[in-house]
Design a protein around this ligand. Sequence first.
Ligand code: RB5
Length: 146
Amino acid sequence: MKITIGSDHGAVELKDVVKKVLAELDVEVNDVGTFGNDAVDYPDIAEKVCAEVVNGNADRGIVLCGTGIGISIAANKIHGIRCALCNDVFSAKMSREHNNANVLAMGGRVLGFGPAGEIVKAWVTTDFSNDERHIRRIGKISALEK
Ligand code: RB5
């Protein structure tokens, strides 16, 4: 699996932790930054990560900011993106099984590194259910984009 990851300045350390977890899961990672502590605007990071998902270079994306809120809102403005802000393992699993989330958002100022790693593991290893009712509901989400 190929995952593109990006964070603003509020989650640079968490990004490094998540990359280590992804490496353990044999995920191919493309890091689009940011790489330092200088402030950047999270919509720009969301745009870079989600472009890779939409154009097919990445199977999925992970976006991080201080809370995960701003970057998830930005990601969900992009056609074809279903971004789930997850602060717990159950939500991470459900976002895959029910919502077929193709982008995961987390907050570097919200989550400890341990819980964040467990969320990433659950999200990466959980498949979409392919259940008819969930396919129908996701289709209705897509219809809202038009
Ligand atoms: C940046 O200071 C902060 O606003 C951002 O990381 C994020 O928390 C926004 O939702």
